[in-house]
Design a protein around this ligand. Sequence first.
Ligand code: FES
Length: 103
Amino acid sequence: MPTVTVLPADIAMETQPGETLLGAAQRLGYTWPTVCGGEGQCRTCYAVIEQGEDALSPVTALEEEASPALAIVARRAGKPVRLACQAVPTGDITVQRSGVRKS
Ligand code: FES
């Protein structure tokens, strides 16, 4: 099972097959910033990919729609950005997302 490390809280989440970053966080009892609850509409759930971009599912149509907003964050971070409610890890990755904490 892929392990997702979430910084800066240094949380390690083991994900299940087909599970998104947001889905794993919620299943494991973590709060992850979201307004739309995982519908791919609010863009609040974005995560900066520190390591393992290739170990994520392909960018979804909803992420394509969000790409102008995500590009601003990515430019600021100097790293790729994905929506946590869309991206499914297929291998170990490390992401940066403030506000992720135990519920
Ligand atoms: S949770 Fe709203 S876009 Fe991901």
